[in-house]
Design a protein around this ligand. Structure first.
Ligand code: OXT
Ligand code: ADP
Ligand code: MG
Length: 571
């Protein structure tokens, strides 16, 4: 009972909601909370610190939520975000929804106003029916109404977030509950940690047999790794499957580094070729959503492809196209059962050779562009300089957002280790940058480099104060081209600035200096490389304002095809 409050009126030992919530979180192995305090949760933050844990206090709840969600992805344990009621809750909700969309385990705990006033709409302080608003945006949403239910409420939230397909969970705590008391003994008896919160899930032997048969028979097989494969943390199994079968693989963006991008079977640099020409694709923890052109059409060579799909979510199968061999189960179990079933299979050597040749040709072509000097830096030579520095620091986490800044960095910067590239994910959401950076530095205890477009950075830029306050080893590189996609658009209709254009004179480096870190502005790849190297070595929070040619980008980066334009012209 060491962590139980010892309030002793009439000799009875009491505990309360504050203490029980903390006891329950501790029992579930939670160490870090990401949040923003105010009525009614300030005391919880203070008391959490008083117990010797970490509370990372942000400037905006969305960034705290992004931090919690990526902490969950990195550790396989739900990340915890704490917010105040109505506006604070809503600010965090985008991050909760993004966690659910990306399959990141997180729990958003928000204080809420008094039920009897909210339900009669009598105008309480920050009145809002948070539980019902959260429900469609997360995997599960619960409210705890009695102190004796805190144990079960927290346990349910943790299990719901981590089990099966991971996702976001909302936990509503009415303000009054924090102070409600209960006998310390009863309180202690009510707490528990869920046993085996993310149980293994085995596919049937027939499903393994079916998948193995298709893979053995394929002439041009491809393994496609998604961020589910990185999340599963069974890196050695996946590497063994790939190397034993000799099948070329290509990673989705956050699966980069699961095997090094420089691995001889890595087909990233021949992406269009392998998607189009393969005759069988083994999806491991990747969905056939928009990022994979829904598994059909020109990208996939026109006709219907054969797919083997490994996923823990049964109804993911056939979501876009028929799946010839569904393997429903956790990735580690599926891969470890598939390997012996494929033992002795003939490696697709000719196909693998053709893919390797195409990939190495493309890598060579790209290499030429990465060192080519230009009057003003472009994406190729600036990112080429970053790539050369980061080669020597494989443990660094790269956080990446923007459009051209995102797409070019994904293509140019090689990853060497699993879960070291974090980006805008399934939604392509801007604003993950600083929240992800804080959590990555905290959870990996290694340096972080964020490469952000200048627009992307603006969504969470104020958190550089959070980064300096906690003295985190984060280097932010703002790819400053003066706008969204480009900085050179003109408004033909009036003298108002064009919709995509920002002030060209903005000094992001000075912003960092004002907020307590190091700031440097660079205009050449050499200066950029030197500043990055210095920053990583110093471990000091640093912002490098990298001046990029305003005309270097393209509208929407690599996904310009998704833009909609009027067919009858502008008025
Ligand atoms: O095979 P081919 O020949 O096709 O070539 C491919 C590979 O083989 C090759 N490649 C290589 N070659 C050589 N060597 C190596 N190592 C190598 N590796 C690969 O390169 C090509 C391309 O490969 P890739 O990228 O793998 O393939 P591809 O075909 O592009 O893949 C398809 C996709 C869909 C999987 C991929 O493109 C992808 O993952 N895309 C993600 C796109 C995305 O999510 N974008 C972000 C959203 S854009 C837009 O929405 C923005 N907004 C609106 C907004 C958002 N998003 N959020 C919120 C909250 N509010 C508003 C905004 C405001 S972006 C944005 C800001 C933009 O401005 P910034 O200033 O921030 O940024 P800048 O643009 O820099 O100014
Ligand atoms: P990407 O964007 O990299 O293609 P997605 O987010 O689309 O990846 O897909 C991730 C998939 O991984 C989800 O369908 C999710 O259900 C699945 N997944 C996550 N963890 C596991 C796991 N441990 N075992 C099996 N599938 C998993
Ligand atoms: Mg920009």
């Amino acid at each position: 009972m060491s962590n139980v409050a010892k309030i002793v009126p009439d000799g009875a030992e009491l505990t309360d909601g504050f203490h029980l919530i903390m006891d329950a979180l501790e029992m579930n192995g939670i160490e870090n909370i990401y949040g923003l305090v105010g009525i009614p949760v300030t005391e919880l933050g203070r008391m959490w610190q008083a117990r010797g844990h970490q509370f990372y206090s942000f400037r905006h709840e969305q960034n705290a939520g992004f931090a919690a969600s990526i902490a969950g992805y990195l550790t396989k344990k739900p990340g915890i975000c704490l917010s105040v009621s109505a506006p604070g809750f809503l600010n965090a909700l985008t991050a909760l929804a993004n966690a659910t969309t990306n399959c990141f385990p997180m729990v958003l705990i928000s204080g809420s106003s008094e039920r009897e006033i909210v339900d009669l709409q009598q105008g309480d302080y920050e009145e809002m029916d948070q539980l019902n608003i959260a429900r469609p945006h997360c995997k599960a949403a619960y409210r705890i109404n009695r102190p004796e239910d805190i144990g079960v409420g927290v346990a349910r939230a943790i299990r719901a977030a981590a089990s099966g397909r991971p996702g976001g969970v909302y936990l509503d705590i009415p303000a009054r509950l924090f102070c409600e008391t209960l006998s310390a003994e009863k309180g202690e008896q009510s707490l528990f940690a869920p046993v085996d919160p993310s149980p293994v899930q085995l596919p049937g032997p027939d499903a393994i047999e079916r998948a193995a048969k298709l893979i053995r028979e394929a002439e041009r097989p491809l393994i496609l790794l998604g961020k589910g494969a990185a999340y599963a943390q069974c890196d050695d199994e996946i590497k063994a499957l790939i190397e034993e079968t000799g099948i070329p693989f290509t990673p989705m963006s956050m699966a980069k580094g699961l095997l090094p991008d420089t691995h001889p079977q890595c087909a990233s640099a021949a992406r269009s070729m392998v998607l189009k020409d393969s005759d069988l694709v083994v999806l491991i923890g990747a969905r056939l959503n928009w990022l994979l052109a829904h598994g059909k059409g020109k990208t996939w060579g026109g006709g219907l492809k054969q797919f083997v799909q490994i996923d823990i979510q049964a109804d993911e199968m056939d979501s876009n196209v028929p799946i010839a061999a569904p393997l429903v189960g956790d990735i580690e179990s599926c891969v470890s059962l598939l390997r012996p079933a494929l033992r002795g299979m003939q490696k697709p050597s000719e196909w693998a050779k053709a893919v390797a040749e195409k990939a190495s040709g493309n890598r060579l072509k790209l290499a030429g562009k990465l060192t080519k000097p230009t009057a003003v830096m472009n994406y190729h030579n600036s990112l080429g300089a970053i790539r050369e520095v980061l080669k020597n620091y494989p443990d660094i986490t790269l956080v990446n957002e923007g459009a051209n800044a995102l797409d070019n960095a994904r293509m140019i910067i090689d990853q060497y280790k699993p879960r070291r590239r974090l980006d805008t994910g399934t939604w392509g959401v801007m604003g993950i940058g600083m929240g992800f950076s804080v959590a990555a530095a905290v959870e990996t205890r290694a340096p972080v480099v964020a490469v952000s477009g200048d627009s992307a950075f603006g969504f969470s830029g104020m958190e550089i104060e959070t980064i300096t306050r906690y003295k985190l080893p984060v280097t932010v590189i703002v790819m400053n081209n003066g706008g969204i996609y480009r900085g050179d658009e003109t408004n033909e209709a009036s003298d108002q600035a064009a919709v995509t254009v920002f002030n060209s004179s903005t000094r992001y480096d000075q912003m960092m200096v004002a907020l307590g870190g190091e700031g440097v502005r660079v205009t050449t790849p050499e200066e950029l490389a030197e500043a990055l190297e210095r920053s990583i070595k110093s471990g000091r929070p640093t912002l490098i304002d990298a001046i990029i040619d305003p005309a270097a980008g393209v509208e929407s980066g690599r996904i310009g095809n998704l833009n909609v334009v009027s067919t009858i012209g502008k008025k």
